[in-house]
Design a protein around this ligand. Sequence first.
Ligand SMILES: [Mg+2]
Length: 320
Amino acid sequence: MNSRTPAASDLISADRERAGCVDKQSEPGTDKPKTGTRGLRRQLRLQEVEKRGESRRGTEPLGVKAVKEPNMSAAPTRKYLLTFDFDETIVNENSDDSVIRAAPSQELPESVRQTFQEGFYNQYMQRVFEYLGDKGVRMQDYLEVYEKIPFSPGMLELFGFLSKNKELFEIILLSDANVFGIESLLRSTGYLSLFRKIFSNPAYFDNRGYLTLEPYHSHGCSQCPANMCKRKILSEYLTERSHEGVEFEKLFYVGDGANDFCPSVVLTSTDVAYPRKNYPMHRMIQKMEEAQPGVYQAKVVPWDSADVIRQCLERQLKQA
Ligand SMILES: [Mg+2]
């Protein structure tokens, strides 16, 4: 996945974080969608981003299914969609690195490490889990590691806030880690039910007792790893919810990696991207804003503590 830890000197103060909460797009009367147009605007944004991707990739097939006209007769649902990444977002580590602690030597041999190829991370992790299985690592060993991975600063307080406001937020999780590890940690802390859906690579224990990993899906996005394009997942999710009559008033996206940048490009000017400060998603947004001003539409609020996200959401609820 992506690498990661920024220098502490790069982090800026909490005051500047709070300043980042000011919505540059929200002067009175400039950005209020007309009633009933929210779903249509979002669908058009998805189509626009897909079209741009298509021209970049020539005739390469698109990863996202064709978007149908939304059902405008459906009753609008006043809900926010909050999307989380997992590694180095919900938790303060890359869980695929954390599991190495289950190995007897707590490290991987060079022969396994050298098999890593850019863009084929899922296959690499399949080999890592195979190696750990060979070394006798079983379900209980994994549980002991996953359940102890530390949360990012402020994340549990953010979860507490979201639990108290569940009727307003629909929450999903998109991760290139694996379902077993994510669910193990969230279940052990009592927050699994906060998430309506978890989209991650399938993982199960085979008849040898080895943790076995599979790719999530295939897609046509040239920017994402072969096993997962989060933009495809998010776009399909929005389309599915739209067909169910659910149109979100705002989308919030919390992430850190390059694979979180790709889905965040579909956000519109009323949505908010929360990139972890100085991590790849944040840097890619900054690069895009420099190279193509105005193309990245979402309001951007970098964070180094999830307190920043909680405070912004609290403010959002007061304004609503
Ligand atoms: Mg991540």
